[in-house]
Each structure stands twice: as C-alpha cells, then as structure tokens.
Design a protein around this ligand. Structure first.
Ligand code: FAD
Length: 402
C-alpha cells in the first residue's frame, strides 16, 4: 500500500506487523534469535530494520566473564581460565577466578550465524535502511525510513543516541583501539589473558591494555582509556606499538584485524519502556556505567523480557538486572573518577589487589550480596568513596527538587 513519499521523492511503502526490531546489532539480534529459538514469536509477523548489512558492520570482539552456560556459547572463539592484572608499576596479580572463565565472541560470527538462522524464518523480513524516526502513541509504534513507514504493536529499539544530560550527570567515554597481531615467534601463553594491564602512561586518563592471546603467535591487544574526550588515532597507535615493543617485547608483527570503539560510561538513567517501545542494549541502559561491559547484562535483560512474555504475553518485566543500588555504586565511581583525586589506575589496583576477582565479577554483574558489596567497597579508599557517595546523593536530591 502506498502512503507517501520518501526522502528521495520515491514512493514510500507502508507495512504493519506485530513486532519491529529497530537495530539488528548485538541486542536486536540476540533478542530475536533467542525469542525465535524458544518458539515465543513463531506466529507473529516481525520486521527487522538496520542501516548496515552483515558485511559492512565494523568488527567487534565481545568479551565477558561467566560461570554458567549462556545462549551464545557455541559462538565463543576463545576462552581463558587464567587472568592476570598488572599495576602501573608492573606488579602482577594472577586472579582468583573461583569458577569464572573469560570468553570472546567475534561480532562477524555472531551476525552471520544469527542472520542465517533468522532469514530462514518465514515470519521475519528485513529492511536495510536508515531509521529516521521512532514514535509511539497509545498501543501503536511507528518507525520511518526513507523508503518505509512501519507500524507495530511492540518495537524493540537499540538505536543509541547520546541522551540530554542533567548538569550533575557523569558521562565518560571508554574509547579504545585494538589490534589482532600475528607474529612468527610465540608471544604469550595462549591460555593466559591480561584483563587489565596498566603498564602504560596515564596521561590521557585511566589507561590500560587488554591483552588476549588468541593462539601462540596471535594476540589481540587493545589500548583503552576512560576519559571525557577521545584522542587522535595516531596516539592510540603510538601507545600500542610502545606496549608491544617495550612490554610484550614483540618487534615484528603483522596486523590481521583492528577495532575501534567508544562506549558510554554514564550514570544517566535510560528509560526502558516508552509506551510500547522497549529500549534494549546500550539504548536501554544495559551498558554497565562503571565498566562499559554490556554483553552479560544485556543477555539478562533479554531473559527477563522472554520470561515475562512467556508468562504474561507482554515484554514489560519489572525488575532490572542492574538495580538502583548498583547504579548508585557506578555513579559513585564515576564521581570519584571525575574528581581526579583518586586516579583510576589506583582505584583498579586497590580493587584487584585487595579483593577476590570472583567477588568483583559478581559485583559488576550486579549479583553481589550486601556483604560482598561492603568488601569490594572497603578495598577502596573510604574518604574517596564517601565523597563520591555525597556527590551522588546531592545530585539525585537536586534532580528530585527540580
Ligand atoms: C568495538 C567495540 C567492542 C566492544 N567490546 C565489548 C566487550 O568486549 N564486552 C562487552 O560486554 N561489551 C563490549 N562493547 C559494548 C557493547 O557490548 C557493544 O557496543 C554492543 O554492540 C552493544 O549492543 P547494541 O545492540 O546496544 O548496539 P549495536 O550492537 O551497536 O547495535 C545497534 C544497531 O543499530 C544500527 N543502527 C544505528 N543507528 C541506526 C539508524 N539510524 N538506522 C538504522 N540502523 C541503525 C547499527 O547498525 C547496529 O547494527 C563493545 C563495543 C564496541 C563499540
């Protein structure tokens, strides 16, 4: 049915369906794949809209720790049972994982696998186009691209736009460049990864390397910074080559892949539900403010949506995985980082040197009990944490008064 004109002046198609998936990245595809596999949406009509096709997406390596099985375990390309932490002065700590292990999934494997499966589902269709607007009214959702006007009952949105921030909101960026390098000589033990390696200068903010040996002569190294602004590309490159040369002692290598990313680290509260629009992924607040890790939190949100769907026939689950308590902890940490009085590398050093990694992981997965929270917080400087907490409480109080 023809209902209007697209941006190019061509005819615009109108279509209606039960569910729109706006954004077919990690969140959109995870949700749809898991819902279809579980048989929840087999009788519904679904339209997936994304501006990228599988081949033109940037490469991402999604890594996460876990101690139970997950829905995408079959796509894991490498796992590690040994993780280490290095302080800025070079002290190494081998982490006590207590049942946790660390894993990486390559985004291309994920997209290829999900898309192939979903293309085989007759109730799903794909539109490769840029989304221009998403709106909702009563129990209807509307999405427009230059070529299509779509209407649905539910719309799952993972299009991230930087939110309008309150004056007190912290908004750091976790920005990084990673290289997969191949060498003729073995570099590191492929069974041991460095979760955080602070053996680099801290001039640009909290800066560390994330070093994942993928094989005896292939290593993924990522130079990561927590700060308010990104740096020039050559500065990431300089730090990467210095680290490879001076710390890992690698002189000759070829770059097989690279990735660049910017992840928000913020205490902004993202709305989950707006009418029948359900925000998921980074757009729904599934990125942990203190770390930028998203993969695990997002899979838990999807589990909540699907459990609610199966019980009640709707996606409006009640309790968030990252609870208010954990959001306040994140906000505290971001306020402490912002004050600059307790440097990020010292915060992580105190944390990892004094607490068990398994307790930190449970804390960051928002699974920790109050006593574990206290033990994690007690490993940090108490005055800094109290100052951070005061800043959080006063900013929340101010926004409450507005
Ligand atoms: C390089 C990189 C590495 C990361 N590594 C990790 C990691 O190791 N562990 C971890 O937990 N987290 C990691 N993250 C954070 C997070 O897991 C990822 O950003 C993840 O992709 C977020 O999923 P998402 O679905 O919210 O967003 P995305 O995966 O980015 O999906 C959003 C989709 O929306 C589409 N889109 C955007 N705008 C429009 C538009 N206007 N019209 C149509 N389509 C649009 C995009 O093409 C994309 O497909 C990483 C992030 C980056 C950038």
């Amino acid at each position: 049915m023809v209902s209007g004109y697209g941006m190019e002046g061509g005819l615009k198609k109108s279509r209606s369906c039960d569910i729109i998936i706006a954004g077919a990245g990690l969140a959109g595809f995870s949700l749809l794949y898991r819902a279809m596999q579980a048989g929840h949406w087999k009788d519904l009509t679904i339209i997936v809209v994304d501006k990228c096709t599988t081949s033109d997406r940037p490469t991402k390596n999604w890594s996460f720790w876990k101690r139970s099985t997950g829905p995408f375990d079959h796509l894991i390309c490498k796992s590690w049972n040994n993780l280490s932490f290095f302080t800025n002065s070079g002290v190494r700590k081998d982490l006590d994982l207590n049942g946790y292990s660390y894993h990486t999934i390559k985004s291309q494997d994920f997209y290829t696998h999900c898309r192939a499966y979903l293309m085989g589902c007759k109730n799903i269709s794909f539109i490769d186009d840029e989304i221009l607007t998403i709106t909702t009214e009563d129990v209807q959702c509307f999405l427009d691209t230059a070529s299509h006007s779509l209407t649905s009952t539910y719309l799952f949105n993972s299009i991230y736009t930087k939110p309008r921030l309150e004056a007190e909101t912290q908004y750091f960026l976790q920005h990084f460049k990673g290289l997969l390098i191949k060498t003729s000589q073995p570099v590191l033990n492929p069974e041991e990864a460095y979760l955080m390696d602070f053996r680099t200068s801290q001039e640009h903010g909290t800066s560390f390397f994330y070093t994942l040996p993928m094989a005896a002569n292939a290593v993924f190294v990522e130079y990561t910074i927590f700060s308010k602004t990104v740096i020039a590309e050559r500065e990431y490159d300089e730090k990467l080559s210095t680290y490879l040369r001076d710390v890992l002692k690698v002189r000759e290598y070829e770059v097989a892949e690279h990735e660049y990313g910017v992840i928000p680290m913020t205490d902004h509260i993202f709305p989950r539900f707006q009418g029948n629009i359900i925000n998921i992924g980074s757009a729904g607040g599934d990125t942990r403010g203190a770390t930028g890790y998203t993969f695990t939190n997002m899979q838990k949100t999807i589990s909540s949506i699907l459990t609610c769907w199966s019980a009640n026939g709707n996606p409006f689950f009640h309790s968030e995985n990252i609870s208010l308590k954990h959001k306040i902890y994140d906000s505290c940490l971001l306020n402490v980082l912002n004050s600059g009085e307790y440097k990020g590398n010292k915060i992580f050093e105190d944390l990892f040197m004094r607490s068990k990694a398994s307790t930190i992981f449970a804390f960051l997965d928002a699974e920790s009990m109050l006593l574990e929270d206290v033990s994690v917080i007690a490993s940090l400087k108490p005055w800094a944490f109290l100052k951070g907490m005061t800043a959080v409480l006063s900013s929340r109080f101010k926004s409450f008064l507005r």
